[in-house]
Design a protein around this ligand. Structure first.
Ligand code: ATP
Ligand code: MG
Length: 338
């Protein structure tokens, strides 16, 4: 009998993964896959809530996510990678869960509120264009987590309110129908909220401000060269503040002890921005090189990627079916035994 604790985590197939994913969640997943039974969800149903008219993007991003996982060290023999829409039991549990949460609670969910505000800013959407599906995605996320009996969910800070929402729904289910579902805990990574290249509080695939794990050497150099710096520094030898500069910010992630020297020189005016940016780009590239190489291997073996997805989805579905059997018994909707 396998008595390992369970992890559920995942990403929306809305693009390739970025360094925010890496430091916020992926690093933890790689570390924890030995100790835990880990399920990694590719949330295509969730991605469709705000990309329903862009199915090509969602479809094309699925294999990109798997490539990023494998490149970063997710081992498909230890972690189960699966596609959300291929487990209809999750949609079924979402329907049952939707009775256990009020509309006003969903409207108050801080993640949903922030994402709606971001959409307004980016696309000029007004509140009227927010769909029932988008408002309800925390409910489907609760079903994703509960159907695997997950104890732990490694997420970035933006997802905390989602885990809280899941805990409330699970408690409501257990107090209504019997104590069968697990209340999960969030687990944050080393950098729970990595900022975007534009200085935005969150780097996001759909926000156009990301450094992708699969960016080429040249793309990294270009992005770093264009990053927002301390606006008060005009000349090369002006004193500046690395704490208000995106280049300084990313040095925190990629430059280890070197960053103290960089910051001192920046504050004293002995380092110009170009040298600082070149050093950062080179450090990022050194960090990403092994990830790129591993990704390339799998890009040349896409049949392996498909096999991993098919096997993972099959394994995940059988686990989801076990939970749904218990859920239906508890809800007294198991009408016939066979
Ligand atoms: P989208 O913009 O389409 O929502 P995203 O970049 O927010 O994409 P998701 O797939 O929504 O990525 O998130 C996957 C996981 O990565 C979540 O656990 C989320 O909290 C985490 N994450 C996303 N962006 C960051 C970030 N900038 N810093 C830390 N963690 C992050
Ligand atoms: Mg997101």
């Amino acid at each position: 009998m396998n008595d390992k604790k369970i992890i559920l985590t995942g990403d929306r197939p809305t693009g390739k993964l970025h360094i925010g994913h890496y430091f916020g969640s992926l690093q933890n997943r790689v570390k924890l896959q030995d100790e835990y039974e880990q399920y990694i969800l590719i949330a295509d149903v969730q991605a469709l809530t705000d990309n329903f008219n862009n199915s090509d993007k969602v479809r094309n991003s699925i294999r990109e996510l798997v490539l990023d996982y494998l490149a970063c060290g997710i081992d498909p023999n230890k972690s189960t990678i699966y596609i959300q829409s291929m487990i209809p039991e999750v949609a079924e549990l979402t329907v049952f869960f939707s009775n256990l949460v009020t509309v006003s609670r969903l409207q108050r969910n801080p993640t949903v509120k922030t994402e709606i505000a971001q959409k307004k800013e980016l696309f000029g959407n007004d509140g009227e264009s927010i769909t029932y599906g988008f408002l309800g995605y925390p409910v489907s996320q609760a079903a994703d987590i509960a159907i695997f009996g997950a104890h732990i969910v490694p997420v970035g800070e933006d997802q905390f309110p989602m885990i809280e929402q899941t805990r409330e729904i699970v408690r409501k289910f257990n107090s209504t129908y019997g104590d069968i579902l697990v209340e999960p805990e969030a687990l944050v990574g080393k950098f729970p909220r990595v900022k975007g290249l534009d200085g935005n509080a969150k780097m996001g695939k759909s926000l156009g401000n990301a450094i992708y794990l699969s960016d080429t050497k040249e793309e990294i150099e270009r992005k770093v060269m264009n990053a927002v710096t301390d606006k008060t520094k005009i000349r090369k030898d002006d004193k500046a503040n690395p704490d208000v500069c995106m280049v300084g910010y990313y040095h925190n992630l990629f430059s280890g002890d070197e960053k103290e020297i960089v910051f001192d020189e920046c504050r004293s005016g002995s380092r110009g921005c170009v040298a600082c940016k070149k050093q950062l780009a080179s450090n990022i590239n050194r960090y990403l090189e092994p990830i790129r190489e591993k990704r390339k291997y799998y890009e040349e073996h896409m049949d392996l990627v498909d096999e991993i997805l098919i096997k993972g989805t099959k394994r995940a579905r059988s686990k989801a079916k076990e939970t749904m059997k218990k859920v239906k018994e508890a809800m007294k909707i198991d009408y016939f035994k066979n």
